[in-house]
Design a protein. Structure first.
Length: 229
């Protein structure tokens, strides 16, 4: 198993046989002013792929590279994840794993959301999935649709949190399913695509890429009141 292999901005990592990699060389963040100011949430450090902290990548058929020319929203780098061959086994997916330090959990405070900026570099619409699990093994799956060449802020908000342990779903637009989770005790998160759904999701696409940056917990957007009639 290839595990915890080092790479820098100019390096592309190829992994086979259920490898796992992590950016291992600390890199100085050259940005003096982040593009998105985010209020500090105790216990959570925003992840903008400037260093090795907080993320790993795993699976049998992917490459991962730090890029500076596309999809960067905080700092100087983003992560481009390339699935080179779709897997047909749900147990062998290629994943980007973003987790709290061992022995700790993340908390999304009341009135906050968790979000990430995802860019679709493909010439077809991308469906990306984001799983979040709590410390009681409840896992929610949310999926998001991103048009070719576009960027979307994907979010986990109150409807997507759901009720811990209770399964429900919404299957229109950017949907979600499986059990709700405790947003005060987040243990694991992962990004991936529905590789085995070859006949339903991204039909005809054998290789799939996405660029991700600026995973944060921040205050939920303020919804403007409806105008008076």
């Amino acid at each position: 198993m290839k595990k915890f292999m080092m790479f820098t901005v100019a390096t592309i990592i190829s992994v086979g046989s259920f490898g796992s990699v992590m950016a291992a060389a600390p890199v100085t963040n050259l940005a003096t002013t982040p593009t998105q100011a985010v209020a500090t949430v105790p216990g959570f450090v925003p992840i903008s792929f400037e260093t090795e902290v907080g993320w790993t990548a795993s699976g049998p058929s992917f490459t991962a590279e730090l890029v500076t020319d596309q999809g960067v929203f905080d700092g100087t780098k983003a992560l481009k994840f390339n699935i080179t061959s779709r897997q047909t086994d749900w147990g062998k997916l290629n994943k980007l794993n973003v987790n709290p330090p061992e022995g700790t959990v993340w908390t999304i405070p009341d009135g906050h959301i968790m979000s990430a900026m995802v860019t679709n570099p493909n010439d077809f619409a991308l469906q990306i999935r984001w799983n979040v699990s709590d410390n009681k093994a409840n896992t929610r799956m949310a999926y998001y649709l991103i048009e070719p060449g576009k960027t979307k802020e994907i979010i986990y908000d109150t409807p997507r949190f759901g009720e811990p342990g209770v399964a429900n779903g919404s299957w229109t637009g950017d949907g979600f399913g499986q059990k709700g989770f405790d947003e005060k005790n987040i243990k694991y998160t992962s990004f991936y695509v529905a590789e085995p759904e070859i006949a339903k999701v991204m039909v005809g696409a054998e290789s799939i890429s996405y660029i991700i940056d600026n995973i944060v917990i921040k205050p939920a957007p303020v919804v403007a009141p409806a105008p008076a009639k």
